[in-house]
Design a protein around this ligand. Structure first.
Ligand SMILES: [Mg+2]
Length: 271
């Protein structure tokens, strides 16, 4: 009996600390599940329904930072890029196949290849928004970083625009793409970039795959419970002004978990 208990404890410890292919299920879901694709369509199709009302109502804004007098500003929509417009699951799949983890160097290589696919529904919606005269703004945590002494300060920006063009998203200049560290106070927290955009535009909608694409202060030093509370506080925004694409592969939801991560699992007991 004692041996059995030891074995059970050992098994629990092993399963609790196992890191082998921790992303396998998530990447499989994104790459193979029609259910994932349907979720993406659902988000973008729902947004279509609200564009007309959002344009007609000059008091309508989807940015928490929009506290200025914005009624006469031209309309814009803010998009995150990775896993919101760009499908980078091939990069994630390669990491799973190689048994490796995210690294800035391999990620930059991927960005340089300009091979990201598109998230279902994204290209049609962006083209529609542009045709309605809505400015399309991308706020991305792709990072500006020189690649060598001869490279421009931000080769990632032109790679990103080229990749967008390849997907059928055109008319995009450097002014439409706001990268991390493009300016000194543009860190991974996107609040300062939203503040910059709300000065020029009335932001009618936001699209993202991470709570931080919508709400400031939810990416670190916060518990999962508190993040859920924040999502609930803005309940009325989801599906009307804010549209979220599922991302089970990575994100700040995962960064805020304590290790070992299985400590967050809540099972049940009889009685
Ligand atoms: Mg993203």
């Amino acid at each position: 009996m004692k041996q059995f208990i030891y074995l059970a404890v050992l098994l629990l410890m092993v399963s609790c600390s196992s890191k082998t292919n921790h992303n396998l299920n998530s990447v499989l879901w994104v790459q193979t599940a029609a259910e994932y694709q349907a979720n993406c369509y659902q988000a973008y199709h729902t947004a279509f329904i609200y564009v007309e009302a959002a344009l007609a109502d000059n008091r309508w804004t989807g940015a928490l930072e929009q506290t200025n007098d914005f009624s006469d500003l031209p309309p814009a929509v803010i998009f995150d890029l990775d896993e919101t417009v760009f499908d980078n699951s091939a990069y994630q799949a390669q990491l799973a196949l190689d048994g490796s983890g995210f690294q800035l160097s391999s990620w930059d290589q991927w960005v340089r290849m300009r091979k990201a696919g598109s998230i279902a529904g994204a290209v049609d919606f962006i083209n529609y928004a542009q045709n309605q005269g809505i400015e399309v703004i991308f706020i991305t945590n792709r990072e500006c970083k020189k690649r060598d002494n001869r490279s421009s300060p931000c080769p990632q920006e032109s790679d990103t625009i080229e990749n967008l063009n390849a997907l059928g998203i055109t008319g995009i200049t450097g002014n439409n793409v706001l990268l991390k560290h493009e300016y000194i106070d543009w860190g991974s927290e996107k609040k300062s970039r939203r503040e910059y955009i709300v000065e020029k535009y009335r932001v009618i909608m936001i699209f993202g795959d991470d709570l931080g694409d919508f709400i400031p202060g939810v990416k670190k030093e916060i518990t999962p419970e508190k993040r859920k509370e924040m999502a609930a506080i803005f309940n009325a925004y989801w599906g009307t002004k804010w549209f979220i694409i599922p991302n089970p592969m990575y994100g700040s939801w995962r960064q805020v978990l304590k290790t070992p991560q299985c400590r967050h699992l809540q099972g049940f007991t009889e009685k």
